[in-house]
Design a protein around this ligand. Structure first.
Ligand SMILES: NC(=O)c1ccc[n+]([C@@H]2O[C@H](COP(=O)([O-])OP(=O)(O)OC[C@H]3O[C@@H](n4cnc5c(N)ncnc54)[C@H](O)[C@@H]3O)[C@@H](O)[C@H]2O)c1
Length: 265
């Protein structure tokens, strides 16, 4: 019960449909399993409700909230919903991220750039901004933002995604330093190559490769046992960062990537 008595929000708590579990759903399930009550936010309510049903099956407590976080007003509304329901917000888990339609810098379109930056970076900024007054008042709080190792490794086919994730890394450090005095911790996770529907299904659809070939290609890039991670690996890292075990950890940009980013040196 590492989050016993705590209350939190998971934004992007549904998942891309597919064969495996996504980062956000796995994290939400672990938070609830460890004693937290969770508000599950997604732009697609049905996807959040699927996660809530899994939480409920395990005896946990979850509420759902439909909203597009790329509008600043949505963040304010889900923070209010959490406070109305449970009186506080101990943690905010910002999981939303998209990458469809991205391309190398020489080819990326204005539409794709605007959409990806708006959803990934603007959404994350205003989600953090919405929760800060509540956490400042409490004198405590934990925020975890989802970046990607694409921010720091060569990612030739990604432009807007990479830039948005580098922005998230910097946002986390900026917030950690400016809000440490209020007892608010802000950390960032950089998932590596994960066997999640977001990574597999999205790419298969966009590039027409087989799932088996894509998995083999991704597996062989991972130093640790030549195998991708799963949504649970991101979930457990998130659980640690939101728990009191991490009470002296803030401003960290943590790769969870089977060693892939160690190649950078
Ligand atoms: N899955 C991976 O392999 C991988 C690798 C590196 C980084 N990441 C990062 O991890 C995070 C998510 O991983 P996941 O596996 O949970 O993805 P996912 O696609 O399964 O889940 C994301 C959820 O966010 C929701 N969402 C999308 N846009 C939204 C918006 N504007 N407002 C509210 N909700 C919205 C989607 O409906 C979906 O349910 C992203 O930030 C992603 O960039 C993932």
């Amino acid at each position: 019960m590492r989050l016993a008595g705590k209350v939190g929000i998971v934004v992007g708590a549904g998942q891309t449909p597919g064969e495996t579990i996504g980062n956000g759903r796995a994290a939400a399930l672990l938070f609830a399993r460890e004693g937290a009550r969770v508000l599950l936010v997604d732009r697609d309510l049905k996807l959040a409700e699927e996660t809530a049903a899994l939480v409920g099956k395990e005896g946990g407590t979850a509420l759902c909230f439909e909203g597009d976080w790329s509008k600043a007003a949505t963040g304010k509304a889900y923070v209010k919903a959490c406070v109305d329901a449970w009186g506080r917000v101990d943690f905010l888990h910002n999981n939303v991220g998209i990458g469809g339609g991205d391309a190398p810098p020489a080819r990326v379109t204005e539409e794709a750039y605007d959409r990806i930056m708006r959803v990934n970076l603007k959404g994350c900024l205003f989600s953090c901004q919405a929760v800060l007054p509540v956490m400042r008042e409490q004198g405590s709080g934990s925020i975890v933002n989802s970046s990607s190792i694409a921010a720091v490794v060569y990612a030739p086919s990604l432009t807007a995604y990479k830039l948005s994730k580098m922005g998230i890394n910097m946002l986390g450090q900026q917030l950690a330093l400016s809000h440490g005095k209020y007892g608010i911790r802000v950390n960032t996770i950089m998932p590596g190559l994960m066997d999640t529907p977001m990574a597999i299904e999205g790419f298969v659809k966009e590039h027409g490769v087989s799932r088996a070939d894509l998995r083999a290609e991704r597996d062989k890039q991972v130093p640790l046992l030549g195998k991708m991670g799963s949504g649970w690996d991101i979930g457990y890292a998130s659980l640690f960062l939101h728990s009191d075990e991490a009470k002296f950890v803030t401003g960290v940009v943590l790769p969870v990537d089977g060693g892939q980013s160690a190649r950078i040196g």
